[in-house]
Write a protein that binds this ligand. Sequence first.
Ligand SMILES: [Zn+2]
Length: 512
Amino acid sequence: MNNFENLIPLPSSITPMKGITFVTPNGITPLVYAPSFFYDELVFVCHHLSEAGFKCAPAPKDTDPDNLPPNCVIQVEEEPDLPMAEMYQLRVTSSFIQIRASDSSGAFYAFETLRQLALSSRKGRLPGISIIDNPATSWRGLMLDTSRHFFPVSFIKKILDTMAFHKLNRFHWHLTDDQGWRLYIPSLPELTEKGGWRHDTKTTWEDVKIGGFYTEEDITEVVKYARERHIIVIPEIDVPGHASAILTAYPELGCTGGPYEVEDRFGIFKEVLCAGNDRVFDVLKTIFEQVCKVFPGPYIHIGGDECPKERWDNCPKCKKRMKDEHIASSTQLQAWFTSKVANIVQSLGKTPIGWDEVLDGTEVFGLPENMIVQSWQSSERGVIAAKRGLQTIMSPMTDGCYLDYSPINDPAEPGRLGLCTVKNSYDYTPIPSSFDSKMSEKVLGGQANFWTEGTPYSRVVEYLLFPRLCAISESLWLPSYQKDFASFAKRLPAHKKRLKKLDILFYDGPLE
Ligand SMILES: [Zn+2]
């Protein structure tokens, strides 16, 4: 079996050229030429490639592509005729490296492929290879929960870098939950002053508070870092459930008025935002306006998962709302709430995304047509969304997408709630086999999700993410008929050496 230079995700078409190696001539630094569509990115990709052991530098802007100087041995060309977005062709010969790309993302991924090759090669060398490559899905995501445990910007950047390394392009940032509000909102400072911290009764004998939050500068830094790596950041403000932190900051937004506390327990809690209080929507508008200010991407995730109805069923304001709006049940009241929040997001020019509970109780109010539904309970929930004509992101906990689950049935290993082997993650297919091409168009792609109740330490997050995230990246990059677990397993040991060079911890046990 060919090892295809151990690339992960495997390119959709790849031909290694046996016996051919590009060797940097003694005493020269190879220059990279690119026309305007990619010129501004050259400093970045050259730096990355140099760090990986293949030293190179951008050619001057006025270099004539038809008359390249002898040391300009890497050429990037824009090729609009390549039929797919994010597509590239890469050819490494003994003396020249040619990249043709449909767009800047395609060119960027050619360099990520070179980066993987460089990390597995001797300094200044690259193996001869011919690749034509493009992804099977446009949405290749990872969600990280930074509420249950807070992680510094440095770790977020490390995650973004490893995402780019695996050609993932959507970072879903879970910023709010019962255990902490992580996004600073200037006009609502108590969200982070009070809601960003919780008593910690689990890891210390003393009564200390743990937590933290991201400032505007932090967010700007992360968004820029992501953009350089062709990753869109999707912020999640989870409403109306998982609301203990926001209610602690502003108790008047709850059905009972509190008092509330930022939770140090994990689970689902009955305290939720009051659906009968108009002030809730004014506050949410203020929050989403600030979200729009710091996150330039086109999407905002509005949560919608795990919202118990006990408070709503017993709240005079919620009951009045149901009566006034002719709402038959508290499940329908959540659908009304979802529509209201989705409309706020749309009025700000963004596309709302919700967890798959947003499908429930929608008989009367429906969902906005451009709402994206993210399946998490099962693939079937995504199928329901697609059948209703909605776009969907597939990230079912049942099919290898929950990477905080244990990778093996062994009490010595970390991970919680369920089992998700590397093979489970590899077998995950975002597009159900029963879908025809029209239905398949509704599936934007998929995501791995990582909840952090069980992982206070970022090193453990890394350990659990990898190599399952490598498997997911291939599940999202390759069409299912091209996937081959035996091939992946054979390539993985060499890829783990690359992860080691990037200082990424990974689970190293059995794959199934
Ligand atoms: Zn209420």
